[in-house]
Design a binder for this molecule. Structure first.
Ligand code: AMP
Length: 392
């Protein structure tokens, strides 16, 4: 056993340039574009168009194996071989469909019950839509293969598959509270982290409360799931609150949501005609501009996810910037040392050390970003003494 390197509670990132704006002007509706303009940004021409990569191209550009379709899990290299877990084949006769949960990029997702003499089990069944192309089917199987290799309390579990009859289905453990983005928006802060004037007092008055401790508990579970991916050298590439699921007792599991869902379409940006939609507001500069995805670009996305959690998903990241503005902003890292790049603002009342950790995730040099094991340790320490108090 090698002891972990010394851990520092305090991060000292390079001085960030926050997107300054008084908290009272923060919009409460995702995607609103009527907020005041940010301070002027020095005009830097974006890199030439051919520097942008669409997700499928990235597989080739960075020799990533295991990419499933547009953005799911990707194995960064072949050096860390991990075991496939046997996933049971479930016959369609044993599956009873109860209700529709939503629609994802492959097709419908339904809440189902798997009948078993030993007791039935609730699952979320993802089916591939009728007439799906061979490529989509391949992507779907590939996602299942990657999921079958992941076994962690903070990653959604694949519990079964239907492959012997059409349509192909993945059976995932059911997470009863839906995705984390919606979950956060259906709660209000306890006043210690999110001030009263940050959210709409009239709209939010009846919403259940999430304490600061609960928010850190949520964030530390996301970090824990990502720590598992980091240890296996698996790159998620689309970490965001919309891609995390919430179960009972504030359990959080990382999943894959959103790429083609209209609900979140404003979170994705089409770089040019015919290319994949990319979640640029969560993406590290090197992923957007050089097509480099790594655990360290996941760390960048984690910083944005933590910011979403601590602002209770009341605002889209860089809300005041257009998509082109976001590209221009990250260009500071491409053309220079990133010192002119603006970072997301300090969430109201967020402790300084927590904000410092967040900004450390956005360090231009990816090697200077903290590893997930360290982020997890930091959040765990901040959460010491927290006892779950959440009434469902
Ligand atoms: P996806 O195909 O992953 O984008 O999922 C589409 C929708 O299905 C989402 O909006 C979720 O609400 C729902 N969903 C997917 N997986 C699960 C799950 N394991 N538990 C509960 N709901 C899920």
């Amino acid at each position: 056993m090698t002891p972990p390197p010394p851990f520092s509670d305090v991060y000292s990132p390079p001085p960030p340039v926050p997107l300054t704006r008084p908290p009272s002007t923060l919009p409460t509706v995702r995607g609103r574009k009527d907020s005041p303009l940010p301070p002027p940004v020095p005009p830097i021409p974006p890199p030439p168009e051919q520097q942008y990569y669409a997700a499928p191209q990235l597989c080739y550009a960075t020799n990533i194996q295991g990419v499933t379709g547009s953005v799911i899990y990707a194995v960064a290299d072949g050096t860390n071989v991990f075991k496939e877990r046997p996933v049971p084949e479930v016959t369609r006769q044993r599956i009873r469909s109860l209700e529709t949960l939503g629609e994802g990029k492959f097709g419908m997702v339904q809440l189902c019950e798997i009948e078993d003499p030993k007791g039935s089990q609730m699952v979320a069944m993802k089916s591939i839509r009728a007439g799906a192309s061979e490529t989509t089917k391949k992507d779907f199987r590939q996602e299942a293969r990657i999921l079958s290799r992941l076994d962690d309390p903070n990653i959604v579990q694949l519990v079964g598959m239907v492959t012997r009859s059409e349509p192909l289905c993945m059976l995932l453990e059911y997470m009863s509270c839906g995705d984390l983005y919606q979950f956060l928006r259906k709660h209000q802060g306890d006043g210690t982290i999110v001030p009263a004037n940050f959210t709409d007092p009239e709209e939010d008055a009846d919403l259940p409360v999430l304490s600061y401790g609960a928010l850190i508990y949520i964030a530390s579970q996301v970090a824990s799931g990502m720590k598992h991916l980091e240890a296996l050298n698996v790159v998620h590439r689309d970490l965001a609150t919309r891609n995390c699921l919430v179960g009972s007792e504030l359990t959080i599991k990382i999943s894959d949501f959103g790429m083609s869902r209209s609900l979140y379409s404003s979170d994705y940006y089409r770089l040019s005609e015919g290319r994949a939609l990319l979640p640029i507001r969560w993406m590290a500069w090197e992923s957007i501009l050089q097509g480099r995805f790594s655990t360290k670009s996941d760390v960048w996305a984690f910083g944005v996810t933590l910011w979403e959690i601590l602002t209770m998903a009341r605002q889209q990241p860089y809300d005041e910037l257009s998509d082109d503005g976001v590209l221009e902003n990250v260009s500071h890292c491409y053309h220079g040392d990133g010192s002119g790049m603006m970072v997301l603002p300090h969430p109201p009342l967020c402790p300084r050390e927590m904000y410092d950790m967040m900004t450390a995730c956005w360090r231009p040099n990816d090697r200077q970003r903290p590893p997930f094991w360290e982020i997890h340790l930091f959040l765990q320490r901040k959460n010491l003494g927290y006892t779950l108090y959440y009434i469902e």
